[in-house]
Write a protein that binds this ligand. Structure first.
Ligand code: HAS
Length: 552
């Protein structure tokens, strides 16, 4: 086996996850293309296909399926690379988890395509999907838990064999992300098992709508960090290696992940600031905690700037910004991720606006929010995953990113950036003017409303042009993936792609950062403070449960 390569079992497993991820990506982006044209009034769907069906498929396939399968591929390959080969048991449980996750996904997608579940990815009650849609969701989560626990098991074995040592940064970050994911899913599992399934199968008559939404958002906000943290792992651990340097600060990196475990969960009410049934005090408390979860992202930004500047100066960059020119711009593995980071500056600033109580009144339920998530999950996260794809697939398939493919990769990331810039800017501006989200184009009969769409950027055409460029870019990416997987030339020993992991100096890292019991304990205390009373209120003072609505 080539040095730094991982065992065949893990390679197959990671590739299986990637295959699922990119199949979902292709269908999901096609749904996105349909949507922008429908909203632009340029396309009318045939009677058997509904706008909300397409929107549900788009959100689920891209935000949930593409991300989750990609993340597990990255974790499995990286854990095997940094902690050593999986034992038989770990590998088997990972496969079982993968199969359960896939079965759940197929069930969910079948229900959506069959027109039984046009409830969007937030599946808000009282919209009601077929019971099997919720069963599929439960299987999906259980499958990820199985894979997650198998990876944590691998880490535990390593720690037993390496008493007193810090785990490699990649493994530490994987475990932190999985811990957050497992705690976060408790909310959605409770809602699906105890509320949605009994209600959808007709075992109980009504559903407590506000409770189900609160349990969803208990999960829904950390969900966005489940997407973000693997991207941060690439920024902290992979990017410095590509630059030829080490991690800026091991303790800063570990602390930022610990802060995500603590503060990413007790903040879900910032998605419900306009909803009744939750007292203002609890909304305020969770808004304050939301501002706490911004801190680890600011620490990450600081760490990235420091890495770039220090390395650029080492390479001879002079003056205030001379270091900038010394960065490896011709390497698509770096440039893709840099662009991803740059998009997160307005993306993160938008998040801070959303979280600000009064400003949320202006943007809530408007296209602004759609713009926001396209420049958070849709670019910083997705484009980091593209950047990883350019070396991860060759690493797993034993092929090479040739010069010609690298050129195509550049076209792909640039077209994605242009498409996203056009589309998300139009969405932000239209949202500020009041254009609603989660609706098909309604014709906007009123003159004042029609005037929103006269601006250069504030019109649905810009959005549609952006969406079309994005779809072309997505198709190009699929072409590159196919090439790297099956067609590009095989790499010999000298050309073989490596899994780039930067070295990280742990000499000043305090031991308590790897004390999981401490962090999980504090996380549960914060969750109890933020959620016990408001959830108890929602249960105790519940209105009569709502009946079922199917609007499609
Ligand atoms: Fe958000 C709604 C608040 C981050 C995703 N968010 C959403 C929804 C999604 C989403 C999907 O408070 C819609 C949900 C739905 O369907 O209803 N969001 C925040 C806050 C943050 C935040 C405070 N969101 C994200 C991330 C997401 C994501 C990350 C996906 C991955 N969000 C909200 C709120 C709502 C919301 C409200 C509800 C709105 C409503 O009313 O419906 C923070 O985590 C952001 C902190 C980030 C920063 C940026 C740091 C910058 C970095 C880059 C450094 C760059 C470098 C490159 C080094 C402070 C790390 C240098 C380059 C140069 C060119 C110089």
């Amino acid at each position: 086996m080539i040095v730094g390569q991982i065992a065949k079992g893990e390679r197959k497993l990671a590739l299986a996850n990637l295959g699922f991820a990119y199949a979902a990506f292709l269908i999901g982006t096609l749904c996105g293309l349909l949507q922008v044209f429908i909203r632009n009034d340029a396309l009318t769907l045939p009677g058997w296909l509904d706008y909300y069906q397409v929107l549900t498929a788009h959100g689920l396939l891209l935000a949930i399926v593409f991300t989750t399968f990609f993340i597990f591929a990255f974790f499995q390959a990286g854990m095997s690379r940094t902690l050593g080969s999986f034992g038989r048991k770990v590998l088997l449980w990972n496969w079982i988890g993968f199969i359960v996750t896939s079965l759940g996904t197929l069930l969910v997608v079948t229900m959506v395509i069959g027109g039984q579940a046009s409830v969007l990815y937030t599946f808000y009650a009282p919209l009601q999907a077929h019971g099997l849609f919720y069963v599929g969701l439960a299987l999906f989560v259980i499958g990820t838990w199985i894979q997650g626990f198998a990876l944590i098991g691998h880490y535990r074995v390593w720690r037993k064999q390496h008493k007193g040592e810090f785990s490699p940064l990649f493994a530490f970050m994987t475990v932190a992300t999985l811990i957050m994911w497992i705690i976060a899913c408790l909310g959605v599992v409770a809602a699906v098992l105890f509320q949605f399934i009994p209600w959808a199968f007709g075992w109980v008559e009504g559903i407590n709508v506000e409770l189900s939404r609160s349990l969803f958002w208990y999960f829904g906000h950390p969900l966005v960090y489940f997407w973000l943290l693997p991207a941060y792992m690439a920024w902290y651990v992979i990017v410095p290696k590509i630059l030829g340097t080490k991690v800026f600060s091991d303790s800063l990196a570990r602390l930022s992940f610990v802060l995500f475990i603590l503060f990413s969960i007790p903040v879900g009410f910032h998605h419900q600031l306009t909803e009744p049934g939750i007292a203002s005090f609890w909304k305020f408390l969770q808004t304050v905690l939301t501002f706490m979860v911004i801190i680890p992202s600011l620490m990450t930004a600081f760490s990235m700037f420091a890495t770039f500047e220090l390395r650029g100066r080492e390479l001879g960059g002079k003056g205030l910004f001379g270091w900038f020119r010394k960065l490896p711009w011709k390497d698509v593995r770096f440039t893709s991720i840099f662009i991803a980071m740059a998009f997160f500056i307005p993306g993160g600033a938008g998040g801070i606006i959303n979280a600000s109580f009064q400003m949320n009144e202006v943007i809530h339920n408007t296209l602004w929010v759609v713009g926001h998530f396209h420049i958070t999950v849709g670019t910083p996260v997705a484009m980091t995953f593209f950047g990883l794809t350019f070396w991860l697939i060759p690493y797993l398939s034993g092929r090479r990113l040739t010069k010609a493919l690298q050129k195509l990769a550049f076209i792909q990331i640039i077209s994605w950036s242009v498409g996203m810039l056009l589309m998300s800017t139009a969405q932000h501006v239209l949202g500020l003017m009041g254009a609603p989200r989660r609706t098909a184009y309604t014709g906007y009969a009123h003159d004042d409303a029609l005037a929103w769409f006269d601006g250069v950027l504030s019109n649905h055409v810009t959005m549609a042009v952006g969406g079309a460029i994005l779809f072309l870019s997505a198709s190009l990416l699929i072409y590159i993936v196919i090439q790297l997987w099956w067609i590009a030339p095989k790499a010999d020993v000298h050309q073989a792609e490596t899994f780039p992991i930067a070295s990280s100096d742990v000499s000043a890292t305090p031991g308590f950062l790897e004390n999981w019991k401490l962090w999980v304990g504090i996380a549960f205390v914060l969750i109890a403070i933020a959620y016990t009373i408001p959830l108890a209120d929602l249960i105790q003072h519940a209105p009569p449960g709502s009946g079922r609505f199917q609007t499609w």
